[in-house]
Ligand binder design. Structure first.
Ligand code: AMP
Length: 486
């Protein structure tokens, strides 16, 4: 059964059950089924033969799920775009995607009100299911194509490994739908007839309301970045008493610190803690390991686990040959979960994707090592960073800074605290005279940058210099610049 059929069956079996909870709003499986069918019928009538992607712009509204499934049911992939992304970047994503049109929650409601009849169509496994845009090193976001087959492979693996209680799980949805972490909770929930509990921006703005919501959530499966769980742990009452139903934490997207895992095991003794690892280009996650007290005692840093069945994770040297066990190299993923590549960017696709022993393979750009069948993540080979779980190319930020007329040149560096990236700092050569105080001028620059980039990408610190120190080959000397940050 394909993924859509697996989801639709709940519309027939349990039509009144909540598929999605978002703030005060509830979407049932019955509504999801009929509304997504109507959207699919409308898209077919509107767009005819065109299979161009459908941009879906919104936040955590139930209409987002309706639009995603409506697009896929009509044979078109969707491009999720969160409202936190500023208009200029949204426009670039929509243009790069070649999107046929953009659905918003209001537009979905208007379409649903028309109530059209849907003629089901069968997707081919190689058809794109969604396209996720991530930070690209030149300042242009790049769209990762994920097919039906890619997503099915990921979902089947997680179902086999995690033994979810069919029809009885409530999944936490922390990440906005424009990040692939959200794919983990969204589709595992919908395929198993569970309830997706979305954290909204209002919850994040008022943490007290978030904890109140947790108390009555009935959450069973927690899906988030480790950073988000760490933030929740600042609240002392974030324990099993707050969420007595919680049975597992699934983490992905950034390093899970042993201390975070230990504290969670202590606060939620009935819950399992899992570390999973993988890039968007290999569909959400590729490796996993349950982090028990024994694992924490044995390894620091923690492993990211072993590859899912049917997929290989190998460590290669610069000649693309396998290194011996325990040696460092690049993490390469090969298998049916690996994406066909970047939309309309054959140049970028050719650089990162290749064929390894007959399987589609992706060079992650991650340093890694294998020990006792476990993969260990050891940082990036390039200037991609994770800040609070968000994937950012420093080159993307630098290009967008340089695009401001006030800036002649810019270098962005990560600021580390206790071994993890805490913030970003921009070191800037100005093209204009600084006006007013440093504080006011920086606030102005941040606001201008905020018109081009989402808030999570804006550097916290700005430092102004007259010129960059240069390396022998004429590039800005990042090491010397890092010293300036102290
Ligand atoms: P994204 O495409 O946003 O999921 O980011 C993928 C990148 O996040 C990987 O290539 C790694 O650099 C990093 N990453 C993902 N999962 C983990 C993990 N469990 N531990 C450490 N880093 C991770």
């Amino acid at each position: 059964m394909d993924l859509i059929a697996q989801i639709d069956r709940w519309g027939h079996l349990t039509p009144d059950k909540a598929a999605h909870l978002s703030g005060e709003r509830v979407l049932t499986y019955g509504e999801l089924l009929t509304r997504s069918n109507t959207v699919a019928a409308w898209l077919d009538a509107e767009l005819g033969e065109s299979r161009a992607p459908i941009a879906v712009h919104g936040h955590k509204e139930p209409e987002m799920l309706v639009a995603f499934l409506g697009a896929v049911k009509s044979g078109r992939p969707y491009v999720p775009i969160d409202i936190s992304i500023p208009t200029q970047r949204v426009e670039r994503i929509v243009a790069n995607a070649g999107a046929a049109l953009t659905l918003t929650p209001a537009r979905v409601d208007a379409i649903v009100a028309e109530g059209r009849t849907y003629l089901p169509r069968q997707a081919a496994s190689g058809d794109p299911f969604y396209i996720l845009f991530t930070s690209g090193s030149t300042g242009e976001p790049k769209g990762v194509i994920v097919t039906h087959a890619n997503l099915s492979h990921f979902v089947s693996w997680m179902l086999a490994e995690q033994h979810f209680a069919t029809g009885e799980e409530t999944f936490l949805n922390q990440a906005p739908f424009s990040f692939d972490l959200s794919v983990m909770d969204l589709y595992l929930s919908l395929v198993t007839g569970g309830t997706l509990f979305s954290i909204t921006k209002d919850h994040v703005a008022n943490l007290k309301s978030l904890y109140e919501a947790f108390r009555v959530s009935g959450l069973t499966t927690w899906v988030s970045t480790p950073s988000f769980a760490q933030m929740c742990m600042i609240e002392r009452s974030f324990t099993e008493t707050m969420i007595p139903t919680l049975r597992r934490f699934l983490f992905c997207g950034e390093t899970l610190a042993p201390e975070t895992a230990s504290q969670l095991l202590e606060r939620f003794p009935q819950a399992e803690v899992w570390n999973t690892y993988g890039p968007t280009e290999a569909t959400v996650a590729t490796t996993s390991v349950r982090i028990t007290r024994e694992v924490v005692k044995k390894w620091s840093p923690l492993p990211v686990g072993a590859a899912m069945p049917g997929t290989r994770v190998v460590i290669l040297d610069e000649k693309m040959e396998r290194v011996s066990e325990g040696e460092r190299g690049e993490v390469v993923i090969a298998g049916p979960n690996v994406s066909p590549g970047y939309l309309g960017r054959d140049d970028l696709t050719a650089k990162a994707f290749f064929t390894l022993d007959g399987a589609r393979a992706y060079r992650t750009g991650d340093w890694g090592r294998e020990r006792e069948t476990q993969i260990f993540f050891e940082g990036r080979m390039d200037s991609q960073v994770k800040v609070n779980g968000y994937r950012i190319e420093l080159g993307d930020l630098e290009a967008n800074l340089r695009a401001l007329p006030e800036i002649a040149d810019a270098v962005v560096l990560p600021v580390e605290k206790q071994g993890r990236i805490d913030a970003l700092a921009a070191i800037v050569v100005l093209a204009v005279e600084k006006t007013g105080s440093d504080f006011a001028f920086t606030a102005q620059l941040k606001a201008r940058l905020g018109e081009r980039l989402p808030a999570y990408m804006i550097p916290r610190k700005f430092l102004y210099v007259d010129a960059f120190p240069m390396t022998a080959n004429g590039k800005a000397d990042r090491r010397k610049l890092a010293e300036l940050l102290g």
